[in-house]
Ligand binder design. Structure first.
Ligand SMILES: O=C([O-])C(=O)C[C@H](O)[C@@H](O)C(=O)[O-]
Ligand SMILES: [Mg+2]
Length: 439
């Protein structure tokens, strides 16, 4: 048959951005403990929708604290008229950061390394990048992983993220009911691990430490090793220990740890620990920007970088990071903070494209009882199946989005910026952000 007779012109789409919708929300969070304090009963997130001229909507999600929201608003105002395919151009937009949002500060929770204007900017841009990729994928009928070069695995493995926690938020603090119960000792942590494994099938376990004196946390990891022999275990005190304490813990747990995560603060101290132990060190605190890589890698301060696509600047930058790590023989995996399904979908797409991903990724998702999706993502055998549907493969539940936004709008401002130390003061009025190293 004559090809000219059967050829049809490709469908052309108008991918010009016609509208950007930003919806700050507050999502329920259980009373999870960390070295800074405790999670607030509700935590801020920002949902980004980018709409094209022919009606395709792409979704993104990032931190929702005021500094992020203000910057997102000024970026959103500059986007109409540009194309969702012009992601590089979007990253080149001059987006001045109000220095007072970052001056001398660590991030909102004090858990994600140094804060800088550049990192704040990338944390905002990342949600817009994901939304642009989602819109492109929907428009072209391609999954986001295909836009990133294609998946190299069909499912992405996640680890169980264990937390010391109270049974409920402090008396008098409005909160959603908690269905997990307390976990304040080794038996409680093992019970929590069993429950997370029963519900989601996780095969590796990470304990958020820095809450109790190190001996108690060592005992909890030992109890996990007995309960789950041969399963990968990690401990992450968010930099709460001195070099000496880090080395003591490394020695005590060296036979059972897959890695120790940010035992101490800063690249020089991490390098000291690294030089004196065979336990691999992972970080989402001392290497959180491209500028921090050279010192850490040349000093062999870390053996695994836990990328967080939000603050590394999106899915493409996560792939750049993975390539740099591969070149230096450094492992890569993923960090997680309180997040919803849009971000879990984004993490899963990018993780599916990274060849050298040798550790299960972190995810807080099982702790989030609320989501803005019509259908929650699920873990099977601890893994999330990589979607081949167009875009991210998730749909927005507008009623739920509106409900969580109303909660944000009704808040008097006290919950709009995450502050784990302030949340702790509801239980312990004298609580101050601990001076590091704590032990
Ligand atoms: O270092 C980490 O893995 C984190 O910072 C993850 C979270 O921020 C976690 O520690 C938390 O939310 O309490
Ligand atoms: Mg960490």
């Amino acid at each position: 048959m004559d090809e000219r007779l059967t050829w049809e012109p490709p469908v052309t789409r108008d991918l010009t951005i016609s509208e950007v919708r930003l919806t700050p929300i507050l999502v329920a969070d259980p009373p999870l403990l960390n070295t800074q304090g405790v999670h607030q009963p509700y935590t801020p997130r920002l949902i980004v929708e980018i709409v094209t001229a022919d009606g395709v909507t792409g979704l993104g999600e990032t931190y929702g604290d005021t500094g992020y929201l203000d910057l997102a608003r000024s970026l959103a105002a500059r986007l109409p008229g540009r194309s969702v395919t012009d992601v590089n151009g979007m990253f080149a937009i001059d987006l001045p950061v109000d220095e007072s949002q970052v001056a001398g500060a660590v991030d909102a929770g004090g858990l994600r390394g140094v804060q800088s204007a550049g990192k704040l900017r990338l944390s905002v841009l990342s949600a817009f990048e994901v939304a642009c990729l989602d819109a492109q994928g929907r428009a072209f009928g391609l999954p986001v992983h295909a836009l990133l070069g294609g998946k190299v695995r069909d499912a992405v493995e996640y680890s169980a993220y264990l937390f010391y926690k109270w049974a409920r938020h402090p008396a008098g603090v409005p909160a959603e009911p908690d269905r997990w119960g307390a976990a304040l000792d080794p038996a409680g942590i093992v019970a929590q691990a069993r429950e997370l494994r029963r519900r989601h099938g996780f095969g590796s376990f990470k304990l958020k430490g820095g809450v109790f004196p190190p001996g108690e946390e060592v005992a909890a990891v030992r109890a996990l090793a007995e309960a789950f022999p041969g399963h990968p275990l990690r401990l992450d005190p968010n930099g709460a220990w001195s070099v000496a304490t880090s080395l003591k813990v490394a020695e005590e747990l060296g036979d059972v740890l897959e890695y120790l995560e940010d035992p101490t603060l800063g690249t020089p101290a991490m390098a000291e620990v690294s030089a004196a132990t065979r336990v691999p060190l992972a970080t989402n605190m001392c290497v959180t920007t491209f500028g921090e890589i050279a010192e850490a890698f040349t000093k062999d301060a870390v053996q695994i970088v836990l990328s967080d696509h939000h603050y590394w600047g999106g899915l493409r930058n996560t792939r750049h990071l993975a390539a740099i790590c591969a070149a230096f023989g450094v492992g890569v995996s993923m960090h997680s903070n309180t997040h919803l399904g849009i971000s879990l979908a984004a993490m899963t797409h990018v993780a599916s494209t990274v060849p050298d991903l040798h550790h299960a990724c972190d995810s807080h998702y099982p702790w989030q009882s609320e989501d803005v999706l019509t259908e929650r993502l699920t873990f099977t055998g601890g893994s999330v199946t990589v979607s081949d549907a167009p875009g991210l493969g998730v749909e927005l539940d507008r009623d739920e989005l509106a409900r969580l936004h109303r909660r944000w709008a009704d808040d008097d401002g006290s919950l709009r910026d995450r502050d784990d130390a302030a949340a702790m003061r509801a239980a312990e009025p004298g609580w101050r952000t601990p001076v590091m190293p704590r032990w």
